[in-house]
Design a protein around this ligand. Structure first.
Ligand SMILES: Nc1ncnc2c1ncn2[C@@H]1O[C@H](COP(=O)(O)OP(=O)(O)OP(=O)(O)O)[C@@H](O)[C@H]1O
Ligand SMILES: Cc1ncsc1CCO
Length: 356
């Protein structure tokens, strides 16, 4: 089958959850209609659904960005709560609609709270996001990130250096900053997505999101996002909000929607800002006022097949899940190209065509 189905025609389906790692590398379909690529229309629907359901987002995140993250979620229309003590974290995850686990300042008790919440999320079916902040050369958080990714997050969000370090092919960035481009982390992201049956989101001038089979590029945002601390950390929480309110949309659709809405809001905010301070305030205003119609007309998204983009990426101990060609077993990466007309917005490009 090469034709992509109309994303409008999604039928009801059981929520895609991750009961645990799929060590075989076998991927599950993530939607009733796994062939549909995210579009501006799915982004708009995701934002409308978030606003309608006001998801409760449980954030276990770093002390630097808690306030900004909570304000970003509130502005967007979600309900944040930062519950990070042992004995409460797991309980709260069970009632939340989405969970963020951000490794920015992982003190010992917070690490235990993360483990408690991840176990609760996997048990209760709460979608969860892992943000492996500043992993690579720092040993405790790097070990924790490898431990947690094996628990099967719904999505992983990070900058390119963090994603390369998670794949075991990079030494990390400069503290919390990336020293790599999103394109350079594409192979690592595709391999990780296949290995852990998750959606990987790599941020940068252009964001790259993959479920291991499809790769979606989201343009937009502004460099000012890198001049406000927590520009990426808040995005991780927003991804959790979109996952927690996605209804019958796929995980890939929800993650792409989060990135596209954030990019559009940041672009609008930057147009009015005099610098990082006014940008941070304008970003909150833009998150609060951006409409589904605005994102439907401004989202810049393109989708293609991953093809063999992940074949040369080494993923920690994942060699056992990979066949000789480096492709995760059970994942068909040699699909025929989409045969829709070239100007069809739902068309996915040739396998690996633009994924060198
Ligand atoms: N050059 C750029 N132009 C436009 N947007 C950008 C640029 N660089 C990063 N962004 C956007 O900034 C946001 C944060 O991405 P970034 O890669 O800085 O994350 P991070 O390093 O994890 O952030 P944090 O400071 O929270 O740790 C994303 O939405 C991304 O799209
Ligand atoms: C600056 C900083 N240090 C640890 S976490 C964090 C927030 C941005 O990632």
């Amino acid at each position: 089958m090469s034709q992509l189905a109309d994303p409008q025609s999604h039928a009801a389906h059981p929520d895609h959850q991750h009961p645990g790692p799929t060590h075989s590398g076998q991927q599950q379909p993530d939607s009733a209609n796994p062939e549909a690529a995210p579009t501006a229309a799915t982004v708009a629907r995701g934002l409308a659904s978030l606003r309608a359901s006001a998801p409760l987002v449980h954030c276990i995140t770093n002390g630097v960005v808690m306030n900004f993250t909570a304000n970003a979620l509130l502005a967007l229309g979600a309900a944040p709560a930062m519950v990070d003590i042992v004995g409460e974290a797991g309980l709260f995850t069970r009632v939340a609609n989405g969970l963020l686990v951000n490794l920015g300042t992982p003190a010992p008790e917070q690490r235990e709270a993360m483990r408690e919440s991840v176990a609760a999320a996997n048990d209760a079916g709460t979608p969860w996001v892992l943000d492996p902040v500043a992993i690579g050369s720092l040993p405790i958080r790097t070990g924790l990130a490898h431990e947690l990714v094996a628990e099967g997050p719904s999505a992983v969000r990070g900058n390119p250096s963090e994603i390369l370090a998670l794949a075991g092919t990079g030494a990390g960035g400069r503290g919390v900053e990336s020293t790599d481009s999103a394109a350079s982390a594409l192979g690592a992201a595709v391999a990780l997505a296949r290995r852990f049956d998750t959606v990987m989101a790599v941020s940068g001038a252009e964001d790259c999101i993959t479920d291991g089979r499809r790769v979606v590029w989201v343009e937009g945002g502004d460099e000012l996002l890198t001049k406000v601390t927590g520009g990426g950390c808040a995005l991780g929480a927003i991804v959790a909000a979109f996952l927690g309110s996605r209804g019958d949309a796929s995980v890939l659709d929800a993650v792409v929607a989060a990135h596209a809405v954030y990019a559009a809001a940041a672009e609008r905010a930057a147009a009015d800002a005099a610098g990082p301070g006014s940008f941070a305030v304008a970003l909150l205003d833009a998150l609060a006022t951006i409409s589904p119609a605005e994102v439907a007309s401004s989202a810049r998204i393109r989708a293609e097949y991953a093809g063999d983009a992940g074949k040369d990426a080494v993923v920690g101990d994942a060699a056992d899940a990979m066949d000789a060609s480096g492709t995760a077993s059970g994942v068909d990466s040699s699909r025929a190209a989409d045969d829709r007309p070239a100007n069809d917005p739902d068309r996915v490009a040739e396998p690996a065509g633009g994924v060198a």
